[in-house]
Design a protein around this ligand. Structure first.
Ligand code: URA
Length: 244
C-alpha cells in the first residue's frame, strides 16, 4: 500500500506537495469516489483518477545509460533523430531522462519512469555533483581556470563555485582536456562556462552523476540501478546542500 499523493507524484503528474493540494481540492478519485483525506493509502488494484483522467501506474524502474553523442535527451524527436529511449526497446515502461545532455554530449544519464525521483534529482535546491571532461580549443592558464572555478557570469547569472582541473594540454594541436565538477544543471552550462573564458568546447562527456560513473558501460549500453543506489541518490539530493 502506498500513500495516494506518492502514487500521483511517482506517475509524474505533480510534485508530492502539489498532489496533496489536488487531493484536498477534491480533484482525485479512487475507484470512482472523490477522496480528500491526505493519509489515504492505495494498492496496485485501486483505480486512481486526477481530474477524471486515469493515472497510469507502473513499477518504478531506474537505469543508468551511457548516452553516445548524436542522441537527443528526450522521449521523441520531431525530426526523427535518435532519442535516449531508443536504447531500451525491451523495457516496457514509460521511461524519460533525468535532466538532459546536449545532442553532441556523451556520458551518463539516469532514465526512470518515476517522476517524483526525477524532480528530486533535478531540483536546483538539491546539489548533486556532475563531473564533465571537456576538450577545448586552446590551452587555458592557471589564472583563467581559477576564474572558472570561482564562477563566471553567464546571461542567466553567475555560476556557483566549481572544481576545475587541467588534465592534459596538446601544444601541437593547441587543445586541452579539462575536468570540471559542477552541481548546477543549467542549459548548456559547461559549454557556456568555457565560452565565458574564451574557449570553445570541442568534445564534452559527463563522466559522473553523483557517485555514479560509466564503469562497465560501453556507449549506448545501460544498467539497472541497484536499490541501494536509488536510495543513496535520494539521500544525496536531500541531505547535501553542497558537496563542493
Ligand atoms: N553542459 C553542457 O554544456 N552540455 C551538456 O550536455 C551538459 C552540461
Amino acid at each position: 500500500m502506498e500513500r495516494l499523493q506518492k502514487v500521483i507524484a511517482q506517475a509524474g503528474i505533480a510534485s508530492r506537495r502539489k498532489a496533496e493540494e489536488m487531493i484536498r481540492d477534491g480533484r482525485v478519485k479512487v475507484n470512482g469516489q472523490v477522496v480528500t483525506q491526505l493519509g489515504t493509502k492505495v494498492s496496485a488494484k485501486d483505480r486512481i483518477e486526477v481530474d477524471g483522467i486515469p493515472v497510469e501506474r507502473e513499477q518504478p524502474v531506474y537505469f543508468l545509460l551511457y548516452k553516445p553523442t548524436g542522441v537527443i535527451s528526450s522521449v521523441k524527436d520531431d525530426k526523427g533523430r535518435k532519442v535516449v529511449t531508443d536504447f531500451f526497446p525491451e523495457v516496457d515502461a514509460r521511461l524519460f531522462p533525468v535532466g538532459r545532455l546536449d545532442y553532441d554530449t556523451s556520458g551518463c544519464i539516469i532514465m526512470t519512469n518515476d517522476g517524483e525521483f526525477a524532480n528530486l534529482l533535478m531540483h536546483p535546491r538539491y546539489k548533486i555533483e556532475k563531473e564533465y571532461e571537456a576538450k577545448i580549443n586552446g590551452i587555458p592558464d592557471k589564472k583563467t581556470l581559477k576564474q572558472l572555478a570561482r564562477g563566471v557570469r553567464l546571461d542567466d547569472g553567475w555560476t556557483a563555485p566549481a572544481k576545475v582541473k587541467l588534465i592534459s594540454a596538446d601544444r601541437k594541436r593547441n587543445t586541452a582536456i579539462v575536468r570540471l565538477v559542477i552541481h548546477e544543471g543549467r542549459n548548456r552550462q559547461v559549454r557556456r562556462m568555457f565560452e565565458a573564458i574564451g574557449f570553445k568546447v570541442l568534445r564534452l562527456k559527463r563522466e559522473r552523476f553523483g557517485f555514479l560513473d560509466l564503469k562497465g558501460l560501453a556507449k549506448g549500453e545501460y544498467r539497472e540501478l541497484k536499490p541501494h543506489e536509488v536510495k543513496r541518490l535520494r539521500e544525496l539530493a536531500v541531505t547535501q546542500p553542497s558537496q563542493i
